[in-house]
Design a protein around this ligand. Sequence first.
Ligand SMILES: [Zn+2]
Length: 97
Amino acid sequence: MPASEGGCWVWTGATTDRGYGAIRNRGKVEYVHRLMAEGYGMKIDGATVDHLCRNRVCVRLSHLVTCSREENTRRGNSAAWRAAVTELMDEMNGERN
Ligand SMILES: [Zn+2]
C-alpha cells in the first residue's frame, strides 16, 4: 500500500524538547529528519534541514528541504551514522506496509 501522496511520515520515537524526532547515536542526539535527508543523499553539512509541511516529527524526504550555504565541508559518513539511518529506513518501510 503506497503512502498517500503529500502525507507526512510521522516519527513515533523519541522527540526533543522542541518537538523534533530524535535518536541517540553513541550518546549524541541526532535529529531524525536530518538523518533521513542525509540517508537519501542530500548534502546537508553546514545547512539547516527544514520541513515544508511544518511538521517537526515528519521524516518524509519529499517534505524536507535544505537551506544550504553551499559549504561542502564534508565530515565523512561514519559507520555508526549509516547504521542508524538504515535502521530508520527499515522502520519506515515497516510502517508503510
Ligand atoms: Zn510532512
